[in-house]
Ligand binder design. Sequence first.
Ligand SMILES: [Zn+2]
Length: 400
Amino acid sequence: MAVNEKDIEAIVRSVLDGMKGTSPAPSSYSGGEIPKTAHVAMLTELKHFEIKEYPIPEVGDDDILVKVEGCGVCGTDAHEYKNDPFGLIPVVLGHEGTGEIIKMGKNVKKDSAGKDLNVGDKVVTCMIFKDDPDITMFDLNKQNVGGADVYGLLPDDDIHLNGWFSDYMIIRGGSTVFNVSDLDLDSRILIEPCAVLVHAVERAKTTGILRFNSRVAVQGCGPIGLICIAILKTMGLVNIVAVDGNEQRLNFAKRLGASETVNFTEFKGIEALAEGVKNAFGGHLADFAFQCTGNPHAHSNIYKFIRNGGGLCELGFFINGGDAVINPHFDMCSKEITLVGSWVYTLRDYATTFDFLKSANAMGLPIKELITHKFPLEDINEALETNLAMTGLKIAIVNR
Ligand SMILES: [Zn+2]
């Protein structure tokens, strides 16, 4: 795609605007009176959310009351909805949420990155502890998941307003919270899944193999693989081959930055498929590959796409997807593959993600088109069924 002068001007202007912060710091909540009650979508039994109404409690000195604008539906929400593997029911789910501060306790002054917080600011929470910033901010490999102050993953408590599938939520003192007023609603809904990929790419960079001119294969073009491609694009990589079985997703992969695509349904057997990937790179195997599917066969196959001395980041198995068979001699030893695994993200990756989204938007990457379906809170059961049907990409609850 050729970028003309006008495009460059628009990109520069938008980046500069982003640095200045286009919106003046809001200082008051403009939405009128704060209601007495809030609504939450509570998972009361398998595959059934019920909308429940609870009083909005007094906001404590360290707490924040948020008017929820929207929340993405995550694979883990769908997993919980279908199976309740952790026995959380009754539970208010939704952790990819965002909203506006409408009331804060007197002790609340700054977000987890040190940015001022005011009524009217747009915020997100994060599943990472901030209690030990030295570890969570700077060590890539430790403490990449939190516990006590997460939202949308804990069983119901006496406050009830503790998940983003709701219209009002209380962020308790000590929670990780970020001021993201400079991002639009759709971008804010995409922060959490994008952070997973920022982390994966940071893990990949530790191998020393991922460089500007690297040939990178991305296997799997669901939301995770597609976001991976967009991140590589914003980093300046140009030789990106997307591998998937769905032509529509492959077309989207191209719009997000893939230089070539390989539809695996057109190849019989792994040898032929590996040849297809090689041809897509102009006769070379990949220097590096990202495995973004939850299919063990896909893990077994991906080694065949990678050159001797290349690298692999496996991030597709967010949950247990079973065992994969590889041949340690041919796949790993004799090729001297450097392998990294990746799971969740660190607090630092979360902050990096805000900048990634600004860059992607400024470059005109259609990242927000990842949100293919929006449902109001009362249709949350349908939203989860749509997620399970896997016909869309990112499903979101958006409040009116
Ligand atoms: Zn998630």
